[in-house]
Write a protein that binds this ligand. Structure first.
Ligand SMILES: CC(C)(COP(=O)(O)OP(=O)(O)OC[C@H]1O[C@@H](n2cnc3c(N)ncnc32)[C@H](O)[C@@H]1OP(=O)(O)O)[C@@H](O)C(=O)NCCC(=O)NCCS
Length: 172
């Protein structure tokens, strides 16, 4: 099902519900991410959301499908001097993956980044093995810029970096 029915909305601590808490404790959903190595409680997420809500250079949005909170997408940190910003995203409810929702959410966040935040370039990175993540970036006009091996507490992995600039995105 391909649709344009998702809504993205900036999160507040009161938006932290069962879905969000469930995916933040789901090792399979989080296998390519740094999160998920320790148990996360509701109050940890509420604190995290509050920090982002009060931040001047990070913006955390919930992805909603038919009023159900199915994922998150974040813009930031933004470098206002360089007019660049990073994005990160997750569709945390398995049955809502592979339905075009992340692609659509990225399109919305790019619109917000370039039009509202007046950025020139948006950056993302993904583990090389995370093919679905790379696909959603490429579908939104991102191009690979570099890759490197990184050493984390839980092992080594290859990260691939992508970016898309405003001009390229507007021409799509
Ligand atoms: C990566 C992720 C955000 C993708 O979200 P999604 O809503 O399922 O993505 P979409 O449905 O918009 O697109 C997925 C695309 O990848 C493709 N895909 C999915 N799994 C794939 C795989 N194993 N190999 C190759 N392509 C794959 C799909 O076919 C689809 O492409 P298409 O539209 O051309 O058919 C989601 O899987 C997720 O949240 N994963 C866990 C968290 C995560 O890894 N976040 C990214 C951190 S960098």
């Amino acid at each position: 099902m391909k649709s344009n029915k998702i809504v993205i909305k900036e999160l507040s601590p009161t938006d932290v519900g069962k879905n969000y808490l469930k995916w933040m404790n789901n090792k399979e959903i989080l296998k390519f991410l740094e999160s998920g190595k320790t148990k996360i409680k509701k109050k940890d997420l509420q604190r995290y959301v509050l920090v982002k809500k009060n931040s001047i250079n990070e913006f955390l949005f919930g992805i909603y499908f038919r009023k159900s909170h199915i994922g998150n997408i974040k813009l930031g940190p933004i470098n206002f001097k360089k007019k660049t910003g990073n994005i990160g995203y997750i569709i945390g409810v398995k049955r809502f993956q592979n339905k075009g929702f992340a692609s659509e959410a990225i399109n919305k966040i790019l619109n917000y980044s370039f039009k509202k935040q007046k950025l020139k370039k948006v950056i993302a990175n993904s583990e090389e093995k995370n093919l679905a993540s790379i696909k959603v970036l490429e579908k939104n006009g991102f191009k690979k810029t570099k890759s490197r091996m990184i050493k984390r507490k839980y092992g080594k992995k290859k990260l691939v970096y992508f970016s898309v600039d405003k001009k390229t995105w507007l021409m799509k």
